[in-house]
Design a protein around this ligand. Structure first.
Ligand code: ADP
Ligand code: G6P
Length: 483
């Protein structure tokens, strides 16, 4: 029987060695949290990097590591420290990530990064070729592995290969600045189906293929040699039931079973019942617009000083890619901004911003989602943004206001949210005021539509639609499509 093989750099868990022992922690980020739900059906194998370099793995732990990953239905690709430096911290996160998020000035075009990216993509392709049977379906994920489809296709021309990009595909004008742009496109074109979160990303990709490779593109089909490659958009959903059930269980939890965080949030509510909690959750990443959000919050408090002591902003930032200089600078900037704003505006009874820099267990995420009156997410560019969807899913009584950046892929499907331009402070200050004063009936009416849509287009439907499109593609090809 054929199985699906998922390939991504990040596995659903990351392994760590501390005090000589091995531990597995859940990975953060939309790819890992979304695909985890798809993978939990137990019928797939997930190949990726364990989070440990070869140099960090003592021989004595080798078997234990394989076993630990096997328990999660995973298998590892071995990477050296040098690989991780050039491929992960380098080409993936210092070249492609900033470029595809329109931070052209952060993008570094280093030949060494590119060479290591090629070597490491080949390692992933080899792992697939070693472990996949001829009938298996290969599903490659994200910008770290854009050369893998072609590397596999060359060796196994009859294998079905799908690729999904979890980040934006930028406009042709941005993409064409990449020195290795043709190679990247050719790498992707080893796939039979290429998926994006939105129609815009799909159009940008097709336009680059046409203009840079001169290929024949008709609607969303690309004609290459004797193959037809399908390109389409599949907006990723969340595991709606998981978030919904967790929120219901959270509601029913007895007083003495509550987490410390929930008890603190409850105490806060009891001591200041009129204070609105505004929540933002992101990986600490410049694409998420955290610094701008802090400045916009200060702007709001100055424009509408009557809300001083009446609102509190909770910023939860998850440490991310901390070896990359831009992330280190951002961390410093945010620490300083939070310190300055709190220093200037705090009163004896009130600290405007609560700032947490850590990853939290799932239970605490639910505490925050369910306790916050407003979720305020302001990415400057974001492939999708699942946090927006998760917040809405946990609002069991349908109250709560979502303020969401137009620059997030999820904004295309979440029209009932209050959509903002993260660069427009005036608009954000007014929108915050609107959110704080929004009548409950309006909140509920908006969330009703949002929840229905999230429930219907959940992550399972997303994965099935992608897989069905891939299957349909191979069926048609059996009948031999050619032009
Ligand atoms: P990105 O993929 O760019 O990180 P998304 O919003 O699409 O952004 O996905 C983030 C995922 O990481 C969500 O599923 C969210 O639940 C999870 N997450 C975010 N912050 C935390 C945190 N502090 N602790 C644990 N999980 C988190
Ligand atoms: C985004 C990317 C994922 C990545 C995640 C976390 O969601 O699309 O590919 O896994 O961020 O980033 P990290 O660098 O920790 O894997």
């Amino acid at each position: 029987m054929s199985k699906t093989i998922i390939i991504s750099n990040r596995l659903p868990v990351q392994l760590q060695i501390s005090d000589g022992g091995l531990s597995a922690i859940p990975s953060v980020g939309g790819l890992a949290t979304g695909m985890k739900s798809v993978h939990s059906g137990g019928e797939s194998l997930w190949i990726g990097w364990s989070g440990l370099t070869d140099e960090e793995i003592p021989e004595s732990l080798e078997n234990e590591i394989d076993k630990a990953l096997e328990n999660h239905g995973c298998s590892k690709v071995r990477l050296t420290e040098n690989d991780v430096e050039g491929f992960y911290f380098g080409f993936s996160n210092r070249t492609i990530w900033p470029l595809f998020h329109y931070f052209l000035e952060y993008s570094e075009f280093e030949l060494d990064f590119w060479n290591t990216y090629k070597v490491v993509n080949q390692k992933f392709a080899d792992a697939i070729l070693e472990q996949a049977g001829d009938e298996d379906i290969i599903w490659v994920h994200d910008y770290q592995l854009m050369l893998v489809p072609q590397m596999v296709k060359e060796k196994r021309p009859n294998t079905s290969i799908g690729f999904f990009l979890h980040i934006p595909f930028p406009s042709y004008e941005i993409f064409r600045t990449l020195p290795w742009r043709e190679e990247v496109l050719q790498g992707l074109l080893g796939s039979d189906l290429i998926g994006f979160h939105t129609y815009d990303y799909e159009r940008h990709f097709l336009s680059s293929v046409r203009r840079l490779l001169g290929l024949d593109v008709s609607f969303n089909d690309i004609y290459l040699d004797n193959r037809v490659i399908k390109v389409d958009s599949f907006p990723m959903g969340i595991d709606y039931k998981k978030f919904r059930d967790a929120a219901v269980a959270h509601e029913e939890r007895k007083e003495n079973n509550k987490s410390d965080l929930q008890q603190k949030l409850d105490n806060h509510k009891a001591s200041a019942p009129d204070t609105k909690l505004i929540l933002s959750i992101d990986r600490l990443d410049y694409s998420k617009g955290i610094a701008k959000r802090l400045n916009a919050f200060e702007y709001f408090l100055n424009k509408y000083p009557e809300y001083k002591e009446k609102v509190r902003l909770i910023i939860l930032a998850v440490p991310s890619r901390s070896n990359v200089p831009q992330y280190q600078l951002l961390k410093r900037e945010i620490d300083e901004l939070v310190g300055r704003i709190n220093g200037e505006l705090s009163t004896v009874n009130w600290t405007p911003i609560w700032y947490f820099y850590r990853s939290l267990p799932f239970e605490n995420l639910i505490d925050l989602y369910t306790s916050s009156d407003i979720a305020w997410l302001t990415p400057l560019r974001d492939g999708m943004n699942l946090v927006a969807k998760e917040y809405v899913a946990t609002r069991t009584d349908k109250t709560g206001v979502l303020i969401l950046s137009e620059m997030a892929g999820s904004a295309y499907e979440m029209n009932e949210a209050l959509l903002i331009n993260p660069n427009n402070f005036e608009q954000q200050a007014d929108t915050l005021k609107n959110a704080i004063t929004m009548p409950k009936e309006e909140q509920m009416a908006r969330n009703m539509f949002l929840q229905k849509r999230l429930e219907r287009y959940n992550v399972e439907v997303w994965a099935n639609e992608f897989m069905n499109a891939l299957h349909k593609k191979s069926d048609v090809e059996d009948v031999n499509i050619s032009r």
